[in-house]
Design a protein around this ligand. Structure first.
Ligand code: GDP
Ligand code: MN
Length: 406
């Protein structure tokens, strides 16, 4: 599960991390008043207007704007709420922006990157930091990986103070900044574990310029991103309340409601499979034959007519899909029942244009209990369903669907 930046900032603040004050608006008419409040609170004319969407790369896309007056704030808010945001993390169709954050702007002397995530190679959580934080962090990671510093976190002992101190020194921090950085890293490590995070990222963590009050500057978190492990959500009641369904892919929300596990991908062959292992094997076999899967969809143990109908309409809501491969193993359910269900679902399928019946090529591979009767049902049905082809095995099914989509 992902959350918005404004929620992430609240979460950081609740763990004692320093975050500049901000508020959320949904209407550009409220931007001027929000500007005045943020500007007054921070004692500066500088305020930032930031799109609240579940994707990063906003700065480069023009959806993080520094403004110096109420009029500029209104202009930026109007632009963001009436244009889709296309960034390197959204895909070409972009995202609709429904909420904005109006935050007190801060002067920046330096931008750092700070994150915790799970490193699957070492099977540990890892603290990651860089003195080259900011909007180019992906480029830094690619071109100068030595600038990305890491400290593995012991699963029982957690992040040790000496590790945080070493990290602070390696980032080039000095004097009072070191103590501030250690506090921030320690709190982030605690939050990461407490909340079942899979990613907790602050980018940028900024150092403000020296002032009389803060001769060595201040470290502040001005952007944050969290991903939470969905398997932990059941015990994270307060996080459940932060889930903004309006931001999620509607097809994914629908699949979740129906107990289907669905992950959209970039290809054009829809996959409807029972069992995650079989789904992986199906995607591999499609790729082996030169095709590209459009999704991963696991209908789970039951491949009922109802589940198949729902799965078809979720898969076909993706306009990229040019053909579907159904690959089902009949263990508990009989293949003939499954074949009948697939045929009915395809025959009765309601298209967007009001017509009934499948239009895209449909290849069905069944295996298991009573498979001969299932195959016979498919063969018989293909007379009325011209797009239907039965496959003799997975290899044959993958080959047929790749050929059918061209
Ligand atoms: P992202 O592009 O989606 O990661 O959005 P960020 O919140 O990280 O903002 C992108 C960039 O805008 C930051 O790296 C900063 O350089 C700049 N920025 C954001 N907030 C402020 C601010 O309060 N003051 C200044 N001077 N720059 C800011
Ligand atoms: Mn950022």
């Amino acid at each position: 599960m992902k959350i918005h930046e404004h929620q992430a900032r609240d979460l950081l603040a609740s763990y004692g991390l320093p975050v500049p004050p901000a508020e959320v608006i949904t209407d550009a008419k409220d931007a001027a008043a929000a500007y005045e409040r943020a500007s007054k609170e921070a004692g500066t004319k500088l305020v930032v207007v930031k799109a609240q969407v579940h994707a990063g790369g906003r700065g480069k896309a023009g959806f993080v704007k520094l403004v110096n007056s109420a009029a500029e704030a209104t202009e930026a808010a109007t632009f963001m709420l009436s244009n889709r945001m296309v960034s390197n993390q959204t895909g070409p169709e972009g995202l609709e922006v429904k909420k904005l954050l109006i935050a007190a702007g801060v002067d920046i002397a330096h931008e750092y990157y700070l994150a915790i995530t799970t490193d699957r190679d070492t099977r540990r959580n890892v603290l990651i930091a860089s003195a080259e934080g900011g909007v180019e962090i992906e480029k830094v990671a690619e071109e100068n990986p030595a600038a990305i510093l890491k400290q593995p976190i012991h699963p029982l002992m957690g992040l040790q103070p000496h590790q945080a101190r070493k990290m602070a020194f390696d980032l080039g921090l000095k004097g009072k900044q070191v103590g501030q950085a250690i506090k921030i890293m320690t709190a982030l490590a605690k939050l990461f574990v407490d909340k079942d995070c899979s990613l907790a990222e602050i980018n940028p963590l900024v150092l403000t310029p020296a002032t009389d009050e803060h001769p060595q500057g201040q470290l502040l978190a001005i952007d944050a991103k969290f991903n939470f492990d969905d398997n932990g959500l059941v015990r994270q009641k307060d996080l459940q309340a932060l889930d903004d369904k309006a931001e999620a892919n509607p097809a994914e929300v629908r699949a979740e409601e129906h107990g289907l596990s669905y992950i959209p991908l970039d290809g054009n062959i829809g996959c409807l499979v029972n069992g995650a292992g079989l789904a992986m094997a199906t995607m591999d076999t499609i790729k082996h034959h030169g095709g590209e899967p459009a999704n991963f969809l696991d209908v789970g143990g039951s491949a009922s007519e109802e589940a198949v109908t729902e799965a078809f309409s979720i898969i076909l809501s993706d306009a990229k899909v040019k053909g579907i491969l159904v690959n089902i193993f009949g263990g508990i359910m009989d293949c003939n029942t499954i074949a009948q269900g697939v045929v009915n679902a395809a025959t009765n399928f309601k298209n967007d244009d009001g017509t009934t019946g499948f239009k895209v090529p449909l290849v069905v591979r069944l295996e298991g209990n009573n498979v001969d009767a299932g195959q016979a049902t498919l063969e018989a049905a293909s007379a009325n369903l011209p797009t239907l082809q039965a496959a003799s095995d997975l290899n044959d099914g993958a080959k047929k669907v790749v050929e059918a989509v061209g």
